[in-house]
Design a protein around this ligand. Structure first.
Ligand code: FAD
Ligand code: NAG
Ligand code: NAG
Ligand code: NAG
Ligand code: NAG
Ligand code: NAG
Length: 505
């Protein structure tokens, strides 16, 4: 890393997010097996269309391992123009085939799939990863990260991109200056808040419905060098959330007291207090923590981080102390780490590598992610964590719960959040066996039903709705605009069919 990079106060960088350099090794091109298909053969990208079984299989499933959809072909674009050509052919056709961009396929419900259509492999996702590394080498980093970095810019901007930084810096979609987008009509448009702003706002949180993002300019800030990383344990949920809400109230960008990151999670009877997201607690403290879990059933873990560098290394401890002294965590159950920024940002990746080595990564992931309004979060704890999750006792994987500020989001964007000033992200990041993911689906359904019956106005994040009515409900007052923008930018409903928004039965 460059130690002495001259630090401007404000910097923007360009991520080229989707240009695959080479096509996949020994795969057969499209023309070899579909020579009867004139319209696709006429494509000037025909040589970059793969139809061999391995290529098709590789994009027929995703991180969720729940949905399977087979496309007709996979496009490996070398340039943005390849994507333009593909969409133009579909758009020009009387019966258009569907097209889905695929980042890393880290969706859990087939969102990046295209039944009988073409999947565009944006897997120069490697460029994104290289991009992050490169910015770090220059001493710069995005303001708003996701917990896990091996996602694509296009895939996260199609949802929101949230994490413990969101309360202060907003979601990733609130940190974009400009994008290049190929619309559902095959038009390449550069858009921003000032230029083609309708398309810009549509695409951010737009589930890939309006166009394929091929470039994004994103806000960067001088990267911190080191991180003070703290976890505090609570047995009382009201106290836990009160402290979280207090801490996120310091959310100005340059206030000394403001933290850089805040999340929270449940600790339950799942063996070790450490999970795949990070190994944090020293093993000498495990028995102490486990005895609290046994006593209370659920322990709530508040997690914060504060960045520091050479200029602030002498004050960071004092500032943290000042923040923490008013908090009500269980006495003696505060744990602190002092790590490099890279180690902090990459915390989920080390967990992934561990699970991969045990064959526990490529398994079904019946995830459920919700936004819960602050006014009902205690009811949610009583009805969901205590009554459903604790009693069913099947939950494997992290359960996250942390608040964020609505005023860091921009309502002109497609992303949908609850109507309150503060709302919580709650994530059930289950992994299951191939035979029992149905048990988690049952639990997810019960949670949604409880919220519905109790009148808790949740919104799903990374949503999945089985009916059109479900989607209309999801968007609420934004549905009309969302549907109008679809008619404007993808009138033939070619893009991102795997989301099942406009092509629901
Ligand atoms: C281990 C793990 C950790 C995660 N952590 C977080 C987290 O901390 N915060 C968070 O917000 N999310 C997180 N996610 C969820 C993640 O944001 C979603 O899976 C998201 O879809 C990004 O994944 P992807 O880049 O692989 O996109 P894909 O799954 O490939 O695609 C997602 C959707 O976006 C569309 N799309 C993809 N690329 C483009 C593009 N260039 N232009 C237009 N549309 C496109 C696809 O068609 C599809 O509909 C996590 C997921 C995993 C598996
Ligand atoms: C659209 O289709 C018409 C006739 O089917 C053809 O002449 C024209 O070249 C096509 N345009 C594109 C951009 O593919
Ligand atoms: C960068 O991307 C290239 C492919 O585009 C890949 O071969 C290489 O391993 C990546 N480097 C890093 C450091 O991730
Ligand atoms: C939790 O703390 C609140 C105050 O924040 C208190 O009113 C409540 O009684 C406590 N609950 C338990 C179970 O101790
Ligand atoms: C954090 O760790 C670094 C490297 O181990 C050490 O040099 C530094 O003094 C520590 N800083 C604080 C504030 O604890
Ligand atoms: C929950 O399940 C685990 C094993 O999956 C078991 O060890 C534990 O005793 C169960 N706890 C309760 C309260 O039933």
């Amino acid at each position: 890393m460059a130690e002495n990079f001259p630090i401007p106060t404000y910097i923007v960088v360009i991520f080229i997010i989707s240009l695959l350099i080479s096509t996949i090794g020994n795969s057969k091109p499209w023309s070899a097996s579909l020579s009867h298909n004139n319209r696709l053969l006429a494509l000037d990208v025909a040589g970059k269309l793969l139809v061999d079984p391995d290529s098709l299989k590789s994009v027929s499933s995703d991180f969720g391992h729940i949905v399977k959809e087979h496309p007709k072909a996979v496009l490996c674009p070398s340039t943005t123009q390849d994507i333009v050509s593909l969409i133009k052919v579909a758009y020009n056709d009387s019966i258009p085939f569907s097209i889905a961009a695929r980042g890393h396929g880290h969706s859990t419900r087939g969102q990046a799939m295209a039944h009988d259509g073409v999947v565009v492999d944006m897997s120069s996702l490697k460029n994104h990863r290289n991009g992050s590394r490169t910015t770090l080498e220059y001493g710069l980093a995005p303001l708003s990260f996701t917990d896990y970095l091996y996602l694509t810019v296009g895939g996260t901007l199609s949802n929101a991109g949230i994490s413990g930084q969101t309360f202060r810096y907003g979601p990733q979609i609130a940190n974009v200056y400009e994008m290049d987008v190929v619309t559902g009509k095959g038009e390449l448009v550069t858009c921003s808040a000032y230029k083609s702003s309708d398309l810009f706002y549509a695409v951010l949180g737009g589930f890939g419905q309006f166009g394929i993002i091929t470039r994004a300019r994103i806000a960067l800030e001088p990267a911190p060098k080191r991180v003070k990383w703290v976890r505090m344990l609570y047995s009382n949920f009201s106290t836990f959330t009160k402290d979280q809400e207090y801490l996120i109230s310091f959310n100005g960008r340059r206030q000394n007291l403001a933290l850089n990151y805040l999340e929270g999670s449940l600790l339950m009877d799942q063996g070790s207090p450490n999970n795949w997201r990070s190994s944090f607690f020293p093993s000498s403290d495990h028995s102490k923590i486990i005895s609290q879990v046994t006593k209370h059933g659920i322990i709530y873990c508040l997690e914060v981080a504060k960045y520091y560098d050479d200029h602030t290394k002498n004050t960071v401890d004092k500032e943290l102390q000042q923040l923490i002294k008013g908090l009500s965590f269980l006495p003696g159950l505060m744990f602190e780490k002092n790590v490099s920024n890279v180690e902090f940002l990459n915390r989920v990746r080390s967990g992934e590598l561990k699970l991969q080595s045990q064959g526990l990564w490529d398994v079904p992931h019946p995830w459920l992610n919700l936004f819960v309004p602050k006014s009902r979060i205690v009811d949610f704890n009583n009805g969901v964590f205590k009554e459903i999750v604790l009693k069913r006792n099947i939950t494997t994987g992290p359960v996250l719960v942390y608040p964020m500020n609505r005023n860091k989001w921009d309502d002109r964007m497609s992303a949908v959040i609850p109507e309150e000033d503060v709302f919580y992200a709650v994530g059930f990041l289950h992994s299951s066996g191939f035979g029992n993911w149905g048990d988690f689906e049952e639990q997810n359904k019960e949670i949604l039903k409880f919220c519905d019956n109790a009148g808790i106005k949740i919104k799903q994040y990374l949503p999945h709705h089985a009916t059109k009515e479900g989607w209309i409900n999801h968007f609420g007052s934004k549905w009309k605009t969302f549907a109008e923008r679809k008619a404007q930018f993808d009138p033939k409903m070619i893009l991102a069919p795997g989301q099942r928004i406009f092509n629901n039965i």
